[in-house]
Design a binder for this molecule. Structure first.
Ligand SMILES: Cc1ncc(COP(=O)(O)O)c(C=O)c1O
Length: 402
């Protein structure tokens, strides 16, 4: 490691809360699907800041929007009407079957808004005392107390934070009968990720998702989708639920919404959105002029350049390449799964060593649960970059155990 890197690590250890297990890398610059560390070494970015920078680093068009808008208006609060926010809501609504948007600042906040709206809709629109939210095991919905409780994982992420709020039920993922048994007159809604991201890139079955949506409709509770990681064209459609032939009553998004600026949004069907009235929910920064302008242009670019089609096309090339490597090393790769450019390669063993070697060779990706190489590249990445990654992985696995 270089002196520059060591000095940064030493400073960080002194003043930043130690909540992250960081990779041994300090990054200083990006361009498209490339990142550069503090010593100038180049990397192919296959992570996009965890599915955030979908249109690439230092996107020139978005940099122009940031600069122009910063000179005009950055923030005034939601006490006022703001054209940028309204325009963005119109654009988001046009991408989906939902009708109204609530803006916030992160994925967890978007899910908090969904949970609050579901409960309030039940009480104030349906006149039903139903406040329970059902989620599935392995899910991840955020780190606020509410969304952490909604998250269907045990272990360290919940440790020491009790008392956690009540009203959350977890059921085994993919088990239709367990879901049927869990939905009662007390259920406000079911919240699902179409592909569990933090869980290790685990796509849900179409039959399961459709069955849950139908059960929710029949039980008069809400079917809600967490699109924080899967949304904004990541999976080859604007929203992952569009692969599944379902229309959520509420869905949430964040990560890639403003291509790296912090922003979240919750979208709801018209009748459901009536659960919120002035004063029932708010956030100071939500839908500010600057982030809204950037997000609106992000949506424009995604539609203009057919980014969903690109993610689907290039994702298939990558997936085919990874499946070929799996066929070559059946004992070393357990599974290759995903949709579009959300891809998980589950290794049988040596996850940390393979991941570190890939980084050494100039490829940045994530390692989930110690064994799944999680790829969430910028959607503008070139096919050749993905094939170069595949070749590096093939080479590492070939040498592994020799
Ligand atoms: C599916 C999903 N929901 C919610 C969140 C929480 O988002 P944030 O970290 O912006 O609060 C994440 C973050 O990884 C996520 O992947």
């Amino acid at each position: 490691m270089s002196k520059k890197y060591d000095a940064l690590v030493a400073r960080e250890k002194k003043v930043v809360c130690q909540t992250y297990g960081r990779y041994p890398l300090a990054l200083s610059r990006g361009a498209g699907a490339r990142l550069y560390d503090v010593d100038g070494k180049e990397y192919v970015d296959l992570l996009a800041g965890i599915a955030v920078v979908n249109l690439g680093h230092a996107n020139a068009e978005l940099a122009g929007v940031i600069a122009e808008q910063a000179k005009k208006l950055v923030h005034v609060s939601n006490l006022f009407y703001q054209e940028n926010q309204i325009e963005l809501a119109e654009k988001l609504v046009a991408t989906s079957a939902c009708d109204r948007v609530f803006f916030c600042n992160s994925g967890a906040e978007a899910n908090e808004a969904a949970i609050k709206l579901a409960r309030r809709y039940m009480r104030t629109v349906c006149y039903k005392d139903a406040g329970e939210i059902i989620t599935v095991m392995g899910s991840f919905h955020g780190r606020t107390l509410g969304t952490l409780t909604a998250t269907g994982q045990g272990g360290r992420i919940k440790e020491g934070f009790d008392p956690l709020p009540g009203g959350f039920v977890h059921v085994p993922c993919g088990d239709i009968e367990a879901m049927r048994a869990a939905i009662t007159g007390k259920t406000a809604g079911v919240l699902l990720e179409m592909i569990q991201g933090e869980g290790g890139v685990l796509p849900l079955d179409k039959d399961y998702v459709q069955a849950v949506a139908t059960m929710c409709r029949e039980a008069n509770c809400l079917f809600m989708v967490d699109e924080v990681q899967t949304g904004m064209c990541r999976t080859g459609k604007f929203w992952a639920h569009q692969h599944y032939g379902v229309e959520p009553d509420i869905f949430t998004c964040s990560k890639a919404l403003a291509n790296g600026l912090p922003m979240g949004a919750m979208l709801a069907k018209e009748h459901v959105a009536h659960g919120f009235v002035p004063g029932s929910h708010a956030t100071t920064f939500g839908g500010g002029a600057l982030v809204s302008a950037v997000a609106a242009r992000t949506v424009d670019i995604m539609r203009r350049d057919d980014i969903p089609g690109r993610a689907a096309r290039i994702g298939k090339v990558a997936m085919d390449a990874f499946r070929a490597i799996q066929a070559k090393h059946p004992g070393k790769i357990v599974a290759v799964r995903g949709l579009g450019l959300m891809i998980g390669i589950e290794l049988a063993h040596n996850g940390p060593a393979v991941h570190a070697e890939l980084r050494e060779r100039g490829f940045i990706c994530n390692l989930a649960h110690g064994e799944v190489l999680r790829l969430l590249p910028p959607l503008i990445i070139e096919q050749d970059d993905l094939l170069a990654f595949a070749a590096a992985l093939d080479d590492i696995l070939t040498k592994d155990g020799e």
